[in-house]
Design a protein around this ligand. Structure first.
Ligand SMILES: NC(=O)C1=CN([C@@H]2O[C@H](COP(=O)(O)OP(=O)(O)OC[C@H]3O[C@@H](n4cnc5c(N)ncnc54)[C@H](OP(=O)(O)O)[C@@H]3O)[C@@H](O)[C@H]2O)C=CC1
Ligand SMILES: O=C(O)[C@@H]1CCC=N1
Length: 293
């Protein structure tokens, strides 16, 4: 449940009738799984609110077995079952052209949400108009920690998006963590930080644990210590209001152990490496809008 209410309440507010109260995920991969798990765990939506489409029988069977959702191998069938529902584009951006070509007329859809990295609002708007879609389009970039209610999502929308429809995207994002609304000109950079960031953070956790194993800890000990340490440090940044540099200084004793590690990380280009990763991901998102490979 969120400050915006649950999915039923939001559908009431915009007049979506019960048979159309569906979050239709066009694409049922990693991000859909994280978002759906988070929405169900938080109580924002229930199983019967979810419909999914995918390409392979294997994915279809996985979802059927896990949750018993309505799963479709043809996007047209999913949309035909709830033509006034919420359509969520959740395939890879590289597949958008193929998806679009086979997309039926979607003139009754209440709201389009796109998770696709790099596909701009204008590109979506132009393409979807060709399918007679004139409803609001919202870009939403969740991240995989949404699965455990600790997501950091981004929302970007046109200025004239009606509040009651935008609230559906806000409520989804809020039900699975926190979100920021950002203008589209910084969306790619922001998605690099929060959308891609979990992957690099997992790499850091793994490396921290590897270091522990190198020095004699068991893998299990090292992994738990590393993950809890990253979570604790993140909580300190969010809750103390202190700059991460000041928090770092409180760990570094004069002539102590930590500062030796800081020196080594700087020698290895740690900060530069992370900054370049954000820049590379941002550039790639920009490329994906025009290039489909
Ligand atoms: N993963 C992440 O952390 C994040 C991802 N995103 C964005 O979310 C989107 C999805 O990413 P992710 O979940 O990782 O991707 P995945 O590759 O895990 O999932 C893609 C899904 O799309 C399905 N699919 C492929 N073609 C079609 C089609 N024509 N019709 C219907 N479904 C189709 C696939 O089906 P099948 O399984 O049967 O092959 C699969 O279920 C991307 O646009 C990405 O940019 C945004 C933020 C974070
Ligand atoms: O790697 C990707 O393109 C997607 C988008 C953000 C995270 N994963």
């Amino acid at each position: 449940m969120t400050a915006f209410g649950n999915f039923e309440a939001l559908c009431d507010a915009i007049g979506i009738d019960p048979p159309n109260r569906k979050l239709m995920f066009l694409g049922a991969g990693n991000m859909t799984m994280a978002l759906v798990e988070g929405c169900l765990k938080s109580g924002f939506a229930q199983n019967h609110h979810i419909a999914l489409s995918c390409k392979t029988e294997a994915t279809k069977n996985k979802w059927k077995t896990l949750h018993g959702f309505d799963v479709y191998l043809d996007n047209k069938d999913m949309i035909a079952a709830s033509p006034k529902g919420i359509l969520i584009f959740a395939t890879k951006p590289q597949t958008f052209s193929d998806v679009f070509v086979a997309l039926p007329c979607i003139d009754q859809i209440s709201l389009v949400i796109s998770l696709m990295t790099g596909i701009s609002y204008n590109e979506l708007n132009e393409k979807l108009k060709l399918r007679k879609c004139h409803c609001p389009i919202v870009r939403l970039c969740p991240n995989t920690p949404c699965a455990v209610g600790a997501g950091a999502s981004l929302i970007s929308s046109a200025k004239d998006t009606p509040e009651n429809k935008l609230n559906i995207a806000r409520a989804i994002a809020r039900s699975v963590g926190m979100y920021q609304e950002v203008p589209e000109n910084i969306y790619n950079a922001a998605q690099a930080v929060s959308g891609c960031g979990p992957a690099w953070t997992y790499m850091f956790i793994e490396s921290l644990a590897d270091g522990g194993v190198l020095s004699g800890l068991t893998r299990e000990q090292a992994m738990k210590l590393a993950a809890q340490t990253v979570m604790g440090a993140a909580k300190m940044v969010l809750e103390s209001g202190e700059h991460p540099g000041a928090l770092k200084d409180k760990v570094c004793s004069p002539a102590g152990t930590t500062i030796q590690g800081v020196r080594e990380l700087e020698k290895q280009g740690f900060r530069y490496g992370v900054m370049e990763a954000v820049k590379a991901a941002t550039n790639r998102a920009e490329q994906l809008n025009s290039k489909k490979e």
